[in-house]
Design a protein around this ligand. Structure first.
Ligand SMILES: [Zn+2]
Length: 74
């Protein structure tokens, strides 16, 4: 059984749903993807992941590029 502590420090995809492409009115345009540090721009696809590293709240959702979310780190 996967326990919560094993997930600390990793961005864990949550039923990886693709959102996008971003449009000019998207509220998160310019927000930096925490995985690659690049800002979201028009045409990008993103996904929401659960992060235990970037938030003190264990169930926080953060938006990242879809490509970044599916890339295996390291
Ligand atoms: Zn990214």
């Amino acid at each position: 059984m996967l326990v919560e502590s094993e997930l600390i420090g990793h961005a864990v995809p949550v039923a990886l749903t693709r959102y996008g492409p971003k449009e000019e009115l998207s509220p998160s345009l310019g927000t930096k993807c925490p995985l690659c540090g690049l800002g979201f721009k028009v045409g990008d696809y993103t996904a929401l992941v659960r992060s235990t590293r970037h938030s003190k709240y264990g169930d926080a959702r953060i938006e990242v590029h879809c490509d970044c979310a599916t890339k295996v780190p390291g």
